[in-house]
Ligand binder design. Structure first.
Ligand code: SAM
Length: 248
């Protein structure tokens, strides 16, 4: 556990087998990984992740249950934990600001809920979005967000920025009062912005928006959950996008 102790203050905690599996698949640097049951973890790898089985076998150190439990907020059913190197902010900002992006950037304007932020990062990774930017005080690399993102922070660019620092590109802000999304094609280089769970889009974000866009919703329903709104919007983008993973 000495290596763990040396790294823990400056690393990203990967909590559970699936987070570690995803992080390895998407090229994260993982200097240390522990498990309370090495043979069970490798059996999971045989079943669910043969592509990273060899890497896991070289990486996983078995430690006692008490030592494992001492490094995670609450024990994960898979009994696996690891530390990963957080990508350099400069590299993520380069990816997010790249001219001619071929997939949207999701902007969460002052999100509050750590679980929602994790779910959105998982969606962005799945759809091959360029990345996720948060504004406000929520840390998108908070351990609870990383847990919700299932280790997929390493499959997309994730940073916190002020609205004034957002990358260039047409900004489509999602709001129930906007134009129906079904009549629109969302460009690949779009910024897709979503408001906070409590108060929706901020005034500053609205001022930067080029378009206000709505998701179909029957009267008397006030709004959808933030992460489900992101899912519908990315799905809508994917219907007309050229380079979506798994697409034809
Ligand atoms: C839970 S909602 C925010 C509700 C908030 N009470 C409000 O006043 O707007 C979080 C975000 O999801 C998006 N959203 C939810 N329902 C939507 C809809 N029908 N059309 C477009 N965006 C929607 C918006 O970006 C919204 O700001």
């Amino acid at each position: 556990m000495a290596l763990w102790q040396r790294r823990v203050g400056t690393s990203v905690l990967l909590d559970g087998f699936h987070a570690l599996k995803h992080a390895l698949r998407f090229g994260a640097g993982v200097p240390v990984a522990v498990t309370a049951d090495r043979s069970a973890a490798l059996a999971l790898a045989d079943e669910l992740a043969p592509d990273v089985r060899r890497t896991l076998a070289g990486l996983l150190t078995e430690v006692g249950q008490a030592a494992y439990a001492s490094v995670v907020p609450r024990p994960h059913p898979t009994g696996v934990a690891a530390l990963a190197v957080r990508p350099a902010r400069e590299a993520s900002l380069r990816a997010l600001g790249k001219a001619g992006r071929d997939a949207p950037v999701v902007v969460l304007d002052q999100p509050r809920n750590l679980g929602n932020a994790g779910a959105v990062i998982r969606l962005a990774a799945g759809f091959g979005a360029t990345g996720v930017i948060t504004t406000g005080t929520l840390d998108p690399w908070h351990p609870t967000v990383v847990r919700g993102g299932a280790g997929l922070h390493f499959a997309t660019a994730v940073e916190r920025l002020d609205i004034a620092e957002l990358p260039s590109g047409p900004l489509f802000a999602l709001d129930p009062e906007g134009e129906d999304i079904r009549g629109l094609k969302l460009p690949d280089d779009a910024l897709l912005a979503f408001g906070s769970e409590r108060s929706g889009l901020s005034r500053e974000l609205r001022a930067r928006a080029d378009h206000l866009v709505s998701l179909p919703m029957r009267p008397q329903v006030s709004s959808y959950n933030l992460a489900t709104s992101v899912a519908m919007t990315l799905y809508h983008w994917s219907l007309t996008a050229a380079g979506v993973p798994g697409g034809a």
